[in-house]
Write a protein that binds this ligand. Structure first.
Ligand code: ADP
Ligand code: MG
Ligand code: ZN
Length: 604
């Protein structure tokens, strides 16, 4: 409906312009004859003028019609001269006269002001139209325009594949939206805000729609990045509007996409103008979130792929305190996503989605949807009856080439290194007595930074750690690097963070915990609080240079002893290392229990 509105405004402007041009061309009277003032005076004296219109600068005269001969045009104009007797003379010759604004003034205005303004206005309209149908002139002040409302998204959980954990976590929300009374009767508190966190294209937006679709509730959506380009004062009112509308339609979901665009940490923004609008909008959002309660059945969801830059105020209890990770899909997840998108495509019988899933490590849902579509297009171009395996192969190759430019897609070799590295951590964690149990190993790039990860879960809450526990922790950190070294005889840059953390532990053991035999139980370092008073001056060292040297040596000793220990483990369990790394390459994720089964399978 809004689009139609645009059209009619546009047509109106065009029609007006055309009419104006046409009337100017055809219906304008013939221009009056210009005569000199003296001529005019003589015409006046000979009684040939019937009527005059006096302007500031111009006099327009109409000649008497009975005087057929001298009449060369019905009208004459002349430039007005300072002539104080003019009025008297006009009266004397009984000429009708009237004063009037100068026409030239009007013309000046038209040409110098109105026309350029009109042209600018038209260009502006065109520019705005180009920017997209959403940002038309009608949107100014009408804050509803950018809120996107869906009575029923029509998306279900069946359309979202490969993120079962996220789905599981969202089931509670769906149940609440379906039967809020059940929860309210029991006095249970439902989270107000749920933040979907994950890399781009993993299906966060899709998932939010699916929650609304599953619960069959309206879906109010708003994009954070849309606020940034907004006119001053509109953002906050839009947020107010959104919440007001949503509360009327409860139970429902409010979804704020790309929350990071709106909710960037306030300090992180560069000083200077341009951010006030965003801040006002953010403040309004925070106020609205605090101001209403979930009892009414409104759930706020948001999505971001950069949770680390979000303003902490957004993550406080009562706001987006529940976070759901939507991670890159593993091989099984990718197969399921391919299945979802292949539904509407004619596949040849030889297609094995499992093989395709194995060919696409690091791909997210959006990439896979793209691959299926591309393959179908290729098959059509080749006049095939069904999409075949080689269409998919080519689509994947193209996709990989495109993705390599955009972001990192790992090569086979890199994947192998990462698999051994992560297995290295896990194997040490399961081999030393005091390390936390491994929960999961994965070589799917997680979030943005890490290439793979080994997740350890502490068996109990810890407040104290013994020396042997610290040493085992250190060993686990070194495990990745040593595995790389053992297998490839070479080390990659992937172990950098591990070394940092290993060194931190060793240093703390020596300097803070007094765990070095050579130095004895002396703490060489106070709390490392950044004291503002110390800024500028060199912090006073509490020990001599010689002690510093011994500290360094002790740190080195702890690390190298642990290193040797880890190396021993690796040598002893080399076969396990290979088995697990191979399995990890194949499956991309290994759960802790499965890992332990393999390690304990044959005595080592
Ligand atoms: P995000 O919001 O995380 O950037 P989107 O939800 O916009 O990702 O995903 C873009 C498109 O990619 C979706 O419309 C869908 O077609 C496809 N897609 C992404 N993730 C999945 C998934 N897990 N299952 C099925 N399709 C997906
Ligand atoms: Mg999205
Ligand atoms: Zn590591």
């Amino acid at each position: 409906m809004k689009d139609k509105l645009h059209f009619s405004v546009w047509y109106l402007v065009a029609a007006f312009l055309i009419m104006w041009a046409v009337s100017a061309l055809f219906f304008a009277p013939p221009p009056p004859k210009q005569i000199s003032y003296s001529e005019f005076k003589s015409l006046l004296k000979t009684n040939k003028i019937e009527e005059v219109v006096l302007g500031d600068k111009i006099i327009r005269g109409i000649l008497r019609s009975e005087d057929e001969k001298t009449r060369q045009g019905k009208e004459v104009t002349t430039v007005r001269v300072d002539d104080p007797k003019l009025i008297e003379e006009l009266e004397g010759h009984s000429v009708k006269f009237a004063g009037r604004f100068d026409e030239s003034w009007f013309k000046d205005f038209l040409l110098a002001w109105f026309l350029p303004m009109a042209i600018i206005f038209i260009i502006w309209m065109i520019a705005i139209k180009r920017m997209g149908p959403e940002s038309g002139i009608m949107a100014i002040g009408k804050s509803k325009a950018k809120i996107y409302i869906d009575k029923d998204t029509g998306v279900t959980f069946n359309d979202v594949a490969g993120c079962d954990e996220a789905k599981e976590e969202l089931k509670e929300i769906i149940d609440f939206l379906k039967t809020p009374q059940k929860y309210l009767d029991l006095g249970g508190k439902i989270p107000k805000g749920i933040l979907l966190v994950g890399p781009p294209g993993t299906g966060k937006t899709l998932l939010a729609k699916a929650v609304a679709g599953e619960a069959k509730t309206p879906f109010f959506a708003l994009s954070g990045s849309a606020f940034v380009e907004m006119f001053v004062g509109v953002g906050a009112s839009r947020v107010r509007d959104l919440f007001a509308q949503a509360q009327e339609k409860a139970p429902c979901i409010i979804f704020i996409d790309e929350l990071d665009a709106l909710g960037k940490a306030r300090i992180a923004a560069p000083i200077g103008g341009g951010h006030e609008e965003r801040e006002n909008t953010l403040n309004q959002l925070l106020a609205e979130m605090d101001g209403f309660d979930t009892q009414k059945g409104v759930i706020i969801m948001a999505a971001t792929n950069r949770p680390e830059i979000l303003d902490l105020a957004l993550l406080r209890p009562g706001r987006f305190d529940r976070q759901v990770l939507v991670d890159r899909p593993d091989i099984k997840g990718r197969e399921e996503i391919l299945k979802v998108h292949a539904k509407g495509v004619k596949l040849s019988e030889a297609i094995d989605l499992k093989v395709l899933a194995a060919r696409t490590p690091g791909f997210v849902g959006a990439d896979l949807a793209n691959v299926v579509n591309e393959a179908a297009l290729l098959a059509a171009r080749r006049d095939k009856k069904a999409v075949e395996m080689n269409d998919f192969e080519e689509a994947i190759n193209r996709s990989i080439a495109g993705l390599e430019k955009k972001r990192k897609v790992m090569s086979k070799k890199e994947q192998e290194i990462i698999a051994y590295h992560e297995t290295g951590h896990a194997l040490v964690a399961e081999s030393v007595p005091h390390a936390d149990k491994v929960h999961r190993i994965s070589i799917i790039p997680r979030g943005i930074a890490a290439l793979g990860y080994t997740l350890q879960l502490p068996t109990e809450d810890r407040y104290l750690m013994t020396k042997s526990e610290l040493l085992d922790k250190l060993a686990v950190f070194l495990g990745g690097r040593v595995a790389e070294e053992t297998v490839f005889n070479e080390i990659s840059t992937g172990a950098q963070n591990d070394l940092q953390r290993a060194t931190d532990i060793a240093r703390s053991m020596v300097k803070e915990y007094g765990m070095s035999e050579r130095l004895g139980p002396i703490a060489f370092e106070r709390d490392r609080r950044p004291l503002f008073l110390e800024l500028g001056g060199i912090p006073k060292s509490e020990f001599s240079e010689e002690t510093a040297k011994i500290i360094d040596e002790e740190v080195k000793k702890i690390i190298s002893e642990t290193y040797t220990r880890v190396k021993e483990i690796k040598k002893k369990k080399r076969d396990k290392l290979d088995i697990i790394a191979k399995l990890l390459l194949e499956k991309e994720v290994i759960e802790g229990d499965e890992l332990r089964k393999i390690i304990n399978s044959t005595p080592n």
